[in-house]
Design a binder for this molecule. Structure first.
Ligand code: KIV
Ligand code: ZN
Length: 505
């Protein structure tokens, strides 16, 4: 095991899912986990098995699906959590149990209401128990960066003696400065007995915007596992962003002298997939994967880039798997040309997926003169998987004006029967969604609506992501079409289908 190899633990499915408003279902989590594996992530924290039935099932299904990456479940330091984590990860080729307990004074006093000695006892008992059922046990002292240093030393020694193979230091509330965090790692490396026999990890939050900087400083000081999330998702201000950590180490290998097992060419695609499933688009200015990351506005910059991209770009967009605008397809393009383009963009489709995708492509090409790479990405990317087609849209018409209310007439099919309804609304989208409600007999609450141009030009594909609610349940849907009303209807129907599918419950 090379000492300059940095292990990437991705916690998008656990800490990332704690992003306010984000809720992933089990098939989405499995799809993301499989993409993370293709990306080259070493360990995937798939959930917190004892938190809910859904979390448990997600860990089980991810564990079953992964071939090379380790599957990890979080567990508090108690018997029930450790046992649930074991029950869930035992299906994995490489299972890991991640135990944690808070160790800062403020957390022990106000949250746990436990004495430091009790906390130490809990750590010993839980790590030992986890080690009886799982080879790879990780321990994290929550709020490590605000924990008394000498107590932290005792905490880590207790975990290591009890059998933990990985100890991980979280900056849980994103409080640490870069220098402090580096000094903490150094202190741990120099003072904790047994630390050189285990992997030392870090887990940084971004409350003060330092999550990535703190993680990279920790690497310089000897940390060899970094926990992160795709697009920096996570509780409050989020976690350290995987793409920033990985590209920091990749671009500045001269400085850090370390490498990861990540295939950087999968970063763009993974980011898009996560943004699509979570309905959480990174801001345009976000490093590495933001829409502006490779755009040059000022004339001086453009001039430099045209002569040599390295004048203003420290990495190549191609290294992230962003393929430049290549061949443009149209309605006469055949299946081979479509497969070629899809593969160049990094999509691996099996025969069945390909047949479906090609039908969608033909449909699009009939309506749009030129089909660009961005159109194909919109067509294939971020698809919310396994949305059962309980209802499907057959046709719609919408009439709108600035003097009268809009009217929409819609035909939808369910189990071979066509239903048609007309509704009047405040604008064509409102009218069309009301017509869907009339057909389904379910008045959905529209919790979130996001529309963007997924490609370029006046006939760009509109991509609509919605979150809809019914009773106390919520579901997401995505729809794409060159027509924004149709994209909205498709997104709404996808959400509706999820809400009423058995699989959802
Ligand atoms: O932020 C944190 O402290 C955590 C731990 C559970 C690792 O997420
Ligand atoms: Zn966290």
């Amino acid at each position: 095991m090379a000492t300059n190899r940095i292990y990437i633990l991705d916690t998008t499915l656990r800490d990332g899912e704690q992003t306010p408003g984000v809720n992933l279902n089990v098939p989405e989590k499995v799809n993301i986990a499989q993409q993370l594996e293709i990306l080259g992530v070493d360990i995937i924290e798939a959930g917190f098995a004892n938190a809910s039935e859904g979390d448990f099932q997600a860990v089980v299904d991810v564990a079953r699906a992964l071939k090379t990456a380790a599957t990890c479940s979080l567990a508090r330091c108690n018997e029930a959590d450790v046992k649930a984590a074991h029950q869930a990860v035992r299906f994995a080729k490489k299972p890991r149990i991640h135990t944690f307990i808070a160790t800062s004074d403020i957390h022990m006093q106000y949250k746990l209401k436990m004495s430091p000695e009790t906390v130490l006892q809990r750590i010993e008992n839980s790590v030992k128990l986890a080690c009886t059922v799982c080879d790879e046990v990780q321990f994290s002292p929550e709020d490590a960066s605000r924990t008394d240093k000498d107590f932290l030393r005792r905490v880590l020694e207790t975990a290591i003696e009890a059998g933990a193979k990985i100890v991980n230091l979280p900056d849980t509330v994103g409080y640490s400065t870069v220098r402090e965090f580096g000094a903490l790692i150094k202190y741990i490396k120099e003072n904790v007995n047994g630390i050189d026999d285990v992997v030392l990890g870090v887990h940084c939050h971004d409350d003060l915007g330092l999550a990535v900087a703190n993680s990279l400083e920790a690497v310089l000081q000897g940390a060899r596992q970094v926990e992160c999330t795709v697009n920096g998702m996570g509780e409050r201000a989020g976690n350290a962003a995987l793409e920033e950590i990985v590209m920091g180490l990749y671009v500045r290998k001269d400085y850090y002298g370390c490498e990861t097992g990540i295939n950087t060419k999968e970063i763009h695609r993974t980011s898009k997939m996560v943004a699509g499933y979570t309905n959480a688009e990174p801001s345009p200015g976000k490093a590495i994967i933001g829409a502006n990351a490779f755009l040059h506005e000022s004339g001086i910059h453009q001039h430099g880039v045209l002569n040599n991209r390295a004048t203003y770009e420290v990495m190549k967009a191609e290294d992230l798997g962003m393929v430049g605008q290549g061949m443009v397809l149209g309605k006469l393009s055949g299946k081979h040309a479509f497969i070629d383009r899809a593969e160049a963009l990094g999509y691996r489709l099996d025969k069945e997926e390909l047949d479906i995708a090609f039908i969608k492509f033909k449909d699009l090409a009939d309506r749009k003169r030129l089909v660009t790479d961005r159109d194909i990405e919109a067509l294939l990317g971020g698809e919310i998987s396994e949305v059962p087609e309980i209802y499907h849209l057959v046709s719609f018409q919408a009439y709108t004006s600035n003097v009268l209310k809009a009217t929409a007439t819609l035909t939808m099919m369910r189990e071979g029967v066509a239903y048609t309804e007309t509704a009047v609304g405040n604008g064509a989208i409102d009218a069309a969604l009301l017509a869907v409600d009339k057909i389904s007999g379910m008045e959905l609450e529209l919790l979130k609506y996001r529309v963007k141009a997924a490609s370029e030009g006046r006939d760009a594909i509109a991509e609509v992501n919605m979150r809809v609610g019914y009773d106390d349940r919520v579901a997401s849907g995505r729809g794409i079409s060159p027509d924004v009303v149709e994209a909205s209807v498709l997104s709404y129907i996808a959400g509706l289908n999820r809400l009423i599918s058995d699989q959802y419950f």
